[in-house]
Structures are given as C-alpha cells and as structure tokens.
Ligand binder design. Structure first.
Ligand SMILES: [Zn+2]
Ligand SMILES: [Zn+2]
Length: 264
C-alpha cells in the first residue's frame, strides 16, 4: 500500500496539493477555480468525485478560491480551524453544515487511514497552519506561506519522507524589484514568505539525507526564477554536506502545470 502525492499547482496564482491512498484522497487547499482543479486532477487520473476531504491552510484567496465550489459540487467535507472558518466564510459561499469540519491547530487527528497534524505557522492570516500527514511509516509535510520557522515547526516536519517547503523569493530580486515598499516589507516580514535561503536553512536542520524528496513551492513569479531557487537551495545544502540526487531528491513545483506524481 502506498501513498501518492502531487502538487497540482503552487504559487500566488493558486495552490492545490493532492494526496491519496487507496482509501482516502484529499486536497490540501483548493486555490484555483473549480474547473481548473477538475482539469488538473484529470491530468493525474483522479476524478473530482473521488476527493474525500479538502484541508485548508489559511483563508487567502490563492488557497481557497475553489474550496466552496468543489465542496458543493461533489459534497466534499472541508476541514479548517475555527479562526480560518470565520475568516473564509464570506469567500467560499454557502457550505452544507455537514461539510463544515473544525479542528484545533496543534492537535493531531485521524482522517480514515491518514493521521493529520496541523501546526501553526507565521503568516498574515487568521490562524494559518502547515500540515504533517502520516500514512503507515510515511510522512508528508507541507509548509508554505510562512515568514518564519520556529523550533515547533521544525519538530513538526522532521522525519518526513516528502517535504513541500516554501521557497518564495530571492531576497535581492525582491528588494531590487518593482513591488511597492509596503509589499516588500510584508513579504520580508516574519508574517510573510520564506526566501530561497530561508528554505535552504530550514532544510539543513531537518534533512537526514536518507532519500527524502524535497519540493520547493510557492515560488514568486516576479521575485524568483525556478533555476535560481533550485540552485540556491542545492548549493546551500551541499555546502552543508548533503548531496542532491545521492542523499535526497530536490524538485520544483509549478504555478502553471502539475508536478510529478510521487509514490511513497
Ligand atoms: Zn499563498
Ligand atoms: Zn497566504
């Protein structure tokens, strides 16, 4: 029995991650139109009616745009913490009360054959979370949209078989780019987004080099270049003594196409 993971889309134009076992299929965020997500799913041979749950990280539109539509169209329960529910209410439309599921951040729970641990992150949203998801001996961690990574978060994601970690911007590109000052401050703040170097630093603290898969996510269109993100992280973790390809797999995720489907 295996678990599959695929990043359907990652970035500020829309986030949606798919994760599935033979029994349980979930989306983490659904931040594109319902139609777009249906077509992304079909490209990996998953029918939208097979989706059992949608887990939400936070209420920003690039994470919730299609949540309500998909829930109504396919009768899918939505899981989020209470503050996120309150904050996204006006954004996702009417939801069948049966499909409103509330969890507490930092408290593990079971979802059929999956174990879920939502941990708090640092972002300018009501109560944003990352997720560690357990299936048998496998663990998949998703941590994007955070301006800071504390020890609690590092402990939460440690020992994963697959990491999706934010590598949002190159600091120099952001500082010298055309964004207005307030937006640059927001992104660089501890409630903004992780830079390429931030991602690399966190990775050196959690990686063991035992064949983990690392996916860089939520890359900025304006303040990053995929090759730059990849090379910055690769060089940094190799300086630290880990060899990409030999000790671990390092791949990108995309804002305009699906990533690889990983089977763990
Ligand atoms: Zn986002
Ligand atoms: Zn966000």
């Amino acid at each position: 029995m295996e678990i599959k993971f695929c990043s359907l889309s990652s970035g500020s134009s829309g986030n949606c991650q798919y994760l599935g076992t033979a029994r349980t299929k979930i989306l983490i965020d659904a931040g594109l139109s319902g139609k777009r997500i249906e077509s992304l799913l079909s490209s990996i041979d998953v029918r939208p009616e097979e989706i059992d749950y949608i887990l939400v990280t936070h209420e920003h539109i690039d994470h919730v745009k299609g949540v309500g539509v998909l829930s109504r169209r396919y009768d899918i329960p939505i899981l989020a913490n209470e503050k996120t529910w309150l904050a996204m209410e006006g954004l996702i439309g009417e939801i069948d009360p049966e499909n409103i599921r509330v969890f507490q951040s930092e408290r593990a729970f079971e979802l059929d054959d999956l174990g879920i641990y939502p941990f708090k992150i640092f972002h300018d949203a009501a109560e944003p979370v990352g997720y560690s998801i357990y299936y048998k001996k496998r663990k998949i961690s998703i941590m994007t949209d955070t301006g800071w990574v504390n020890d609690n978060m590092k402990n939460a994601i440690k020992d994963s078989s697959l990491y999706l970690i934010e590598s949002n911007h190159d600091i120099k590109m952001l500082k010298e780019g055309s964004y207005p000052w307030y937006l640059k401050q927001r992104i660089l703040s501890t409630k903004g987004h992780l830079s390429n170097i931030d991602a690399a630093r966190v990775l050196t603290e959690v990686l063991e080099g035992n064949g983990e898969i690392v996916l860089l996510g939520h890359l900025s269109k304006d303040n990053n270049i995929p090759e730059l993100a990849y090379n910055t992280v690769k060089e940094y973790i190799e300086d630290y003594g880990l060899r990409v390809e030999k000790n671990l797999t390092l791949h990108l995720t995309y804002r305009d196409r699906v990533g690889k489907v990983y089977s763990l």
